[in-house]
Ligand binder design. Structure first.
Ligand code: C2E
Ligand code: MG
Ligand code: MG
Length: 715
């Protein structure tokens, strides 16, 4: 038998030569042509194969034998393979399934997938097989293209089809190379085996998305194990389609992301360490908490959480300067790290707040002893550029007994306990250790509750902004307002920032809260920018934490875009704490903000370091003279001199001055005399809700900007 060939009619299918329509073979032939299918019959005794239908150009008649211009299986190897499979089917499943190239009448090659069944076999005859062949050339080409791509891109490509024969259709050489499996091992064992020890959670996610029909285009990162046991980090991207038979076809591009993972780990490491001291960050503590708990449980030992706060750290910062403050923080961190054991953690929570986790303590007594010994690390003064500094710390400790840590006893509660105890130590004058006791519980619980509630405050629209008018001193007209956040706590009523902004800063929640404030304030200011004319109509407080976020500039730009407020109408108020951690980074960020055309004000000026010298290095447009200086104007000559100095310096630097906390007419008079530009305070108005602010502006404009002088604004 040389060549299989196709007859031109369907006489073998409809032996009586008629079709149900009386139109011999016409319908079946049309169907076969539409499906791109061929049908043939094979005499397994070795007779000539007879093509039944399809793929024919119509020049020959059935039984003509092999003729040029008929589709033929040209490759002898393929013919052998098909025949062998067909013969095997005689004794076994009686089914044949194979794919092979066929040379068509016009000389081109097309690929056909054969499915055959033994139709007759008895003692008398060796048997016949009927088979249908479907044109799979397009799919074959796709596979070839895939093969080519995968070989070039070294991407691992896997193609799977569900249906009667679930399994791999194609596995790229790169895939074999990376996984270490042979093609046969892959085909025999399936995908879960090949990407075998995949994280169960990754497998579950993939399966879930598959079942939900939402896997198309999705990527999954997971570690998989090579045949030799080593770990390969991969990103598998799924493409899904359905073939004509309704079977799911999955094409999975698997990329080796080992290098990317390494980078990611490095970024994580950076995120988990505190930039200034190199100690762990709060985030790292959160991540390690479950592990600490597990270890304590297994070993049955006590754990101590100790909150360490430097006494009067503010004085170092304001007295000796920020770099001396930084140096001190590093030294304190270093001392603490040296005073703990190998399995213990040293974390920097924020400015001058540290947290130690002391582990593996065998009794309450040794836990107490370890906590009490912490102040001992500071007996020796700390040497720095500005000489030797005597440092004391206040320590608050929470002692966790062995045995299962209560489910409700999360990290937050323990931190709150240590914090409350630390405050108790401060209240006793500092330089001491307090251990959390039952009597402090209510306070600690309050803090934890507040923290939990704060997490929902933004989502549940519990935050509101109040606005305090800013008055221009030259004509005492309203020139804008400062936005001040309040929290409408569902049980406690309206909370002032003093009760929750600190907590929000500690936990990082100030970042989303701050974004909301910015957005809301910019929108609100639309109500009066048109009436008051341009120029710094809304002031928004920015926390140091926000300054450290990657996308501050983006957040500002989008708040401006959404509200269509001009950048020049927005002032962002920052305090000196913004510069404590990293002066250069803060300046860099502020320059970007300033480049947007947004104005910057230095808040609470006169309380901290307050060096006018470094004002010159900052892109600052305004200084806000702290309330304490304004309060001292009438009685304290020193305050008067400081305010005069600030105004004079600011004038020279062409920086605007604004006085906050103006409460009396006499203060107002003195500020005007000193040449201060703007003022804000209860004398004019308390912070008020938006609707009142709008009325107030309308009234002021109607009075020609004179309503503030006659103190009509005063509530
Ligand atoms: P600040 O930026 O210095 O705001 C001025 C504070 O002084 C406000 O307190 C205001 O109500 C109060 N005040 C205004 N006039 C007078 C006066 O004549 N006498 C007295 N005794 N006080 C006056 P508030 O609203 O409690 O805010 C406190 C601080 O909370 C603000 O100080 C600011 O640092 C912070 N804060 C407020 N809102 C936000 C915010 O949205 N984000 C951030 N990060 N901090 C905010
Ligand atoms: Mg402010
Ligand atoms: Mg202020």
């Amino acid at each position: 038998m040389d060549v299989m060939r196709v007859p031109s009619t369907t006489s073998h299918v409809v032996p009586d030569g008629s079709s149900p329509t009386g139109e011999p073979g016409g319908r079946l032939e049309a169907l076969m042509a539409a499906a791109g299918a061929l049908a043939w019959e094979l005499d397994l005794a070795g007779g000539e194969p007879i093509w039944l239908a399809g793929g024919h150009d119509g020049r020959n008649q059935p039984g003509d034998g092999i003729a040029a211009g008929e589709p033929s299986v040209a490759d002898p190897g393929d013919r052998e393979r098909v025949l062998a499979a067909a013969l095997a089917a005689l004794g076994g499943s009686r089914w044949l399934s194979s794919t092979l190239p066929v040379t068509m009448a016009d000389g081109t090659t097309r690929w056909y997938a054969l499915t055959g069944q033994v139709v007759a076999a008895d003692e008398a005859s060796a048997g016949r097989m009927c088979a249908i062949a479907l044109d799979v050339t397009r799919e074959r080409e796709t596979l070839d293209r895939l093969r080519m791509h995968s070989e070039q891109a070294r991407e691992l490509i896997v193609r799977l089809r569900t249906g009667p024969h679930l399994g791999f259709e194609y596995v790229s050489p790169a895939c074999l190379y990376f996984t270490g499996y042979t093609e046969k091992e892959m085909y025999d064992n399936g995908i879960a085996y090949a990407f075998g020890a995949v994280e169960p959670s990754a497998v579950a996610r993939i399966r879930e998305d598959l079942l939900r029909g939402s896997i198309e285009g999705k990527s999954y990162d997971f570690p998989s194990r090579r045949k030799d046991g080593s770990v390969l980090w991969v990103r598998a991207t799924f493409r899904q389609s359905v073939d004509e038979a309704g079977h799911l076809l999955l094409e999975i591009a698997v990329r080796d992301i080992g290098q990317m993972r390494a980078l990611e780990l490095e970024v994580t490491r950076l995120r988990l360490t505190d930039g200034l001291t190199g100690l762990l960050s709060r985030q790292a503590l959160e991540e390690q908490w479950p592990l600490l708990r597990e270890r304590a449980q297994v070993s049955g030992t006590w754990t101590v959480l100790a909150h360490v706060d430097i006494d009067r750290f503010g004085l170092v910062n304001s007295g000796l300067g920020i770099s001396a403050g930084d140096q001190l923080l590093k030294s304190v961190g270093h001392r603490l790290a040296q005073s703990v054991g190998a399995g213990d953690l040293v974390v920097r929570l924020g400015s001058d707040d540290f947290l130690l986790v002391l582990t593996g303590l065998d009794s309450r007594r040794s836990a107490l002893r370890s906590a009490r010994s912490l102040t001992g690390a500071f007996v020796e003064p700390i040497a720095g550029d500005s000489g030797r500094l005597s440092v004391t710390v206040s320590v608050g400790a929470s002692l966790i007994p062995p045995g299962p840590w209560d489910a409700g006893d999360g990290l937050d509660s323990r931190l709150a306990e240590a914090d409350v105890a630390m405050r108790a130590a401060k209240a006793r004058g500092g330089n001491g250790v307090e251990v959390f006791a039952g009597g402090m519980r209510a306070e600690a619980r309050d803090k934890v509750e507040l923290l939990a509630a704060l997490r929902d405050a933004v989502d549940q629209n519990q935050l509101v902004l109040f606005y305090q008018p800013i008055v221009r001193l030259s004509d005492q007209a309203v020139a804008g307002a400062e936005a001040l956040v309040r929290w409408e706590h569902p049980r406690r009523g309206l909370l002032l920032p003093g009760e929750f902004v600190g907590l929000a800063e500690e936990t990082g929640w100030i970042v989303p809260i701050g974004a909301w404030v910015l957005d809301t304030a910019c929108r609100a200011a639309q109500a009066w920018t048109g009436i008051l004319g341009g120029g710094s109509a809304i002031a928004v407080n920015l926390s140091a934490r926000q300054l450290g976020t990657a996308d501050l500039v983006g957040a500002i730009t989008s708040a401006l875009d959404r509200s269509t407020l001009a950048p020049g109408d927005l002032v962002l108020e920052i305090t000196e704490t913004a510069f404590i951690d990293d002066f250069d980074a803060a300046v860099w960020t502020l320059r970007r903000v300033s480049d947007l055309g947004v104005h910057l004000a230095l808040d609470d000026f006169g309380t901290g370091y307050s060096s006018l010298a470094y004002l010159a290095q900052l892109p600052i447009d305004r200084v806000k003279i702290d309330r304490s200086m304004v309060a001292g104007l009438e009685s304290n000559p020193h305050s008067r001199a400081v305010v005069a100095g600030i105004v004079g310096m600011a004038d020279a630097l062409e920086i605007q001055t604004i006085a906050e906390g103006v409460e009396s007419v006499e203060q107002l008079r003195m500020l005007v005399e000193l040449g201060c530009d703007l003022a804000q305070g209860f004398l004019f108005s308390r912070p008020v809700p938006l609707s009142e602010m709008e009325q107030l502006v309308a009234r002021d404009v109607a009075a020609g900007g004179k309503s503030t002088r006659s103190r009509k604004l005063h509530h």
